[in-house]
Design a protein around this ligand. Structure first.
Ligand code: PLP
Length: 488
């Protein structure tokens, strides 16, 4: 017999700190630094490029030997100044939520629990179930509806439309694939790219997503929709899904969801609503009527991390018929069998409602945030952003050097600098340069889009720290830059 090899490290060694007190000091210090970062969110530039030295420092060899938590905490603190900028009150780009300090507390708790929320019987499962129940109530979905807290609207859309696809094929697609099926779906031309991506991922192909014209207000043209459905039926295709948008990314338009629900009912289509940010307007008494019909959708996808300011990442899928949802995802191999008692109880498990088995406890973040602020206050913040958008639109309209390019339906203002009058391409370049100069100066961070073929400066307001003076500053800086850039 050969003697067994001695263990490489002592039996009692684990990955826990050797000195808990020193670790606690390190942790408290980092927490203070993180809080300072948020307490001073308004100070300094909106965004600063990542310094070359930091990038070079990251390009290190695989860390073979331990560096220790104190050094790592220093390295972590070194990342704090280089965020996207969305915690700053003058971040206006794309659609980003600004987050809230309370998330520090929930993320610490989630890290300490280190819970796997694929299933089983533990606190975070009940927390997620409660968040879904609250959302069902807020959106008027029935108690027999189901849902999950997921990474965002993209994943929520995938889960919703997978359920729609399988339901349309009587679930034969789960074992036989798509076969000769000819499913098609409909969304407005302005719908988010995640819809087409989902058609791709589901094997339907992006051509099966019919892009419907929009009206001047950015909403799906219902006559064009009816025509396309008729043409597809005549061609022997199977219309199956209709996707409405509550809050388009370009201008914040909300489709006529009641009319879409009528059409879906008449035509036997699954109505899915992409409400990534706009659906959250349901929390505002004044804005709620604009979303009428959302409660009739078969499925809804929206984000907590945009207009509700939960930290990244957190979104939600709700499905009206929980049984269909489960049929589209449930698999129960022997090693995942569920019990009525013990740790393997707690059915139904999230794994039966989505593609992930192991999943973190992001619902804790959502649950704590909703409790801390309450839906009423969150709704008031949403309404204030819409009032700020109207204010900015008025300022743009009153400024001769600026031109507004789209109606302001909700919280997004698209405009451009127009002076001096020049050829179209030059104006596009001028406005692109203005946006880059604003971002690089750190003064404000709008983004760009194209409206009616021309480049627009796009200001999205999903920021609870923004005040009117921030918008005044933006307008003044834009006019100033336009003059400076055309003079040079
Ligand atoms: C942001 C957004 C999405 C995608 O959501 P993620 O959370 O980024 O996956 C989809 N639709 C609309 C309208 C959006 O604004």
């Amino acid at each position: 017999m050969t003697p067994s090899k001695p263990p490489a490290i002592a039996e009692e060694t684990s990955l826990d700190p050797a000195d808990w007190e020193a670790f606690a000091n390190t942790a408290h210090q980092l927490l203070d630094q993180a809080m300072d970062r948020l307490r001073t969110a308004r100070d300094g530039p909106v965004w600063r490029p990542v310094p070359e030295a930091l990038k070079a420092g990251l390009a290190a060899p695989v860390p073979r030997d331990p560096e220790g938590s104190a050094d790592v905490a220093t390295a972590l603190a070194g990342l704090l100044p280089y965020g996207v900028g969305n915690t700053h009150p003058r971040f206006f780009g794309w659609v980003h939520g600004s987050g809230a300090p309370g998330n520090l507390l929930s993320d610490i708790t989630a890290a300490a629990l280190n819970a796997n929320c694929g299933g089983r019987d533990h606190a975070a499962i009940y927390v997620e179930r409660q968040v879904v129940a609250w959302c069902r109530e807020l959106f008027g979905f029935p108690q027999t509806g189901s849902g999950l807290v997921v990474s965002g609207t993209s994943m929520a859309t995938l889960i919703a439309l997978k359920t729609a696809r399988d339901a349309a094929l009587d679930f034969t697609s789960r074992d036989q694939g798509l076969g000769p099926s000819v499913l098609v779906g409909y969304a407005a031309r302005s719908a988010h790219s995640c819809i087409a991506r989902t058609f791709d991922l589901l094997g339907l192909g992006t051509d099966a997503l019919r892009r419907i014209e929009t009206d001047a207000d950015g909403r799906m043209n219902l006559d064009a929709l009816a025509c396309q459905i008729r043409r597809d039926r005549d061609a022997g295709l199977q219309p199956a899904m209709l996707v409405g948008t509550a809050g388009t990314v370009d201008i914040g338009a909300i489709d006529d969801l009641s009319a879409l629900a009528d059409i879906a009912a008449e035509q036997g289509l699954w109505l899915h609503v992409d409400g990534a940010f706009g659906a959250c307007a349901i929390l505002s008494d004044e804005l709620r009527p604009r979303l009428a019909g959302i409660e009739r959708a078969q499925s809804l996808a929206f984000d907590f991390h945009k207009w509700l300011h939960v930290n990244y990442d957190a979104g939600c899928v709700l499905i009206r018929d929980g049984a269909l949802h489960r049929r589209a995802f449930a698999v129960t191999p022997d090693y995942l069998s569920q019990e009525v008692r013990g740790l393997a109880a707690g059915a139904p498990w999230p794994v039966d409602f989505g593609p992930e088995l192991s999943r973190g406890a992001r619902a804790i973040r959502v649950w704590a945030h909703l409790k801390e602020h309450g839906t009423r206050r969150l709704g008031q913040m949403i309404r204030r952003n819409c009032e700020q958008a109207a204010y900015l639109a008025d300022r743009v309209d009153a400024t001769p050097e600026l031109e507004r390019l789209a109606p302001v339906a909700l919280n997004i203002v698209c405009f451009r600098a127009t002076r001096p009058e020049g050829e179209a391409g030059a104006l596009d370049q001028l406005n692109r340069d203005i946006v880059i100069a604003l971002q690089e100066s750190g003064l404000a961070a709008p983004s760009t889009t194209r409206i009616g073929g021309v480049l627009a400066i796009r200001v999205n307001l999903t920021n609870h720290r923004t005040r009117r003076q921030d918008l005044d500053l933006l307008v003044e800086a834009t006019v100033h830059l336009a003059r400076e850039l055309t003079a040079g």
